[in-house]
Ligand binder design. Sequence first.
Ligand code: MG
Length: 415
Amino acid sequence: MPVIIQNVRTISTAPEGINLTIVRVETDIPGLYGLGCATFAYRHLTVEHLIDTYLKPLVVGRDASDIEQLWQLMHQNAYWRSGPIQNSAIGGIDMALWDIKGKIASMPVYQLWGGKHREAVAVYRHANGADFEELRDSIDRIASTGVTHLRVQLGGYGGGSYREAPKAAPQGSPRGIYLDAAAYMRDTLKMFKRLRTLYGDRLRFCHDVHERLTPSDAIVFAKELEVFNLLFLEDPVPLEQQEWLRRIRATATTPIALGELFITTNDWRELISERLIDYARAHISQIGGITPARKLQLFAEHYGVRTAWHGPGDMSPIGHAANIHLDLASSNFGIQEWSGTEPPNAVIQAIRAQRGALLEVFPGALECREDYVYPNEKPGWGVDIDEERAARYPCDDSVTLWTQTRGVDGSLQVP
Ligand code: MG
């Protein structure tokens, strides 16, 4: 029996000060609806407009059961395909359709893909500090909750934060995140030496270059980091410079994770089939949702490439839950980035002062216990939204600043 889509709505909310966009797909069966995450924090009004104006009229009246067909319909409808705005909009609806599918089956979504491959999902957390002491405090706080895998960063990605132009920049250079590659590489190597002395093998670390090095520096850096046995080095080169990964592979054994900027199949096909990366890190809504993510994951399985889906703060608990469901059912799951929610705990509350707000807006949000996130076994994603509470946290529509990343001479480079 068909399940007819009757309405599609977007809900925007920022309980932690980060813009989140939720899609709600409503059906003709009373009480049956699905939720998806279409979050694109810095373009949220545009994504919402696309859903409301073009995708809603396209899918209303159609059968919510036909997920693959609806995905292709949305993907092909504008003639020009893909792109981060369009993918986020499609991804939010696609995720909501999988939620509906799970609710119809009275099963958590991971059951639809063959069930659990593991009881819970191993995660890593993010630790950062303006200096080493601050970083160490951040690591100790997180480690005291039982977490043993951490991504460690000193002074922000690439060692920079948003500020006035430094003295070394030409006069008249604008504000921005000024990067000094040599200092960043030197400080990071020193940081890992000190971390090894402090923590030995008790904790396992990964590190994100965030594309903030030239490819030739990245080759040297990946080699120098070998001795620290990282879980992985993330985004050592920009996605557009992926050919350089062959050179990194040829000289360094440091495992490579890449992919939070993936948009289309063309971005990952060769990286995976040529085994140029160890972990694929797609941001699921940015590649168009669960339907393409599941295909990516199965494709990667054939080549021994594992998944480490992007799980940042600019993703709703519904998006995080979708990551976790994929992880539960995948044989080639590696590790999950987790910036989501955790049980009430004094230590964690200090880490995330607004934690309560996120949980109050998203009832059922999955929680992290020590090294693992567990499913809640409710049908669909198992996460809901309280719209009344969501409305208490309006989004910020201003233009973001953090992407104005500059080299020492003040010129812009990818953030
Ligand atoms: Mg990253």
